[in-house]
Design a protein around this ligand. Sequence first.
Ligand code: HEC
Length: 140
Amino acid sequence: MKKIRYIFIGLLVIALNKSILAKTDSHGLVRSGQYSKGALLGIPQPDAMKQSLDSVYSVGTYPLYTPELTPGEGREIIQGYCNLCHSVTYITMQPPLAAATWEDEVYKMIKTYGALIPEDETRQIIAYLQAHYTPENRRQ
Ligand code: HEC
């Protein structure tokens, strides 16, 4: 008698599960066909861009004003090494910096940004910056 009751309960559980699962078939917002081409919520999609090999693009002239560095020993070395990554305007656009700050700045370029400058040239670059771009001696 007990067995029959268990079988009956088992069948009941299976039947209930089936009806619950049947309802979750269309769960969420995903419906078949929703993602097909051109059917994205009914908004028309642009045509794929046509590319051609003879396209011409033009841009205006760039503002390339770079002030002259103060003449002095070491200026050519600076122009050679510092221009590799950015213009020397990066020097002139700074406020007058203390001598020690220029030294730190040049070593920052070498250690942090990977500038390849030999030690001898590094010393000359620092000497040039300290001779022309500190609060005591900067003229332009
Ligand atoms: C290997 C590339 C490289 C070289 C060579 C280089 N710099 Fe820089 N420099 C950078 C980068 C990167 C920045 C940060 C750029 C930014 O923030 O727009 C920078 C920024 C600067 C700045 C702005 C202040 C700062 O700390 O960000 C100064 C001043 C400067 N450089 C000076 C120099 C001088 C002087 C030299 C030559 C000794 C030099 N740089 C050589 C990569 C270089």
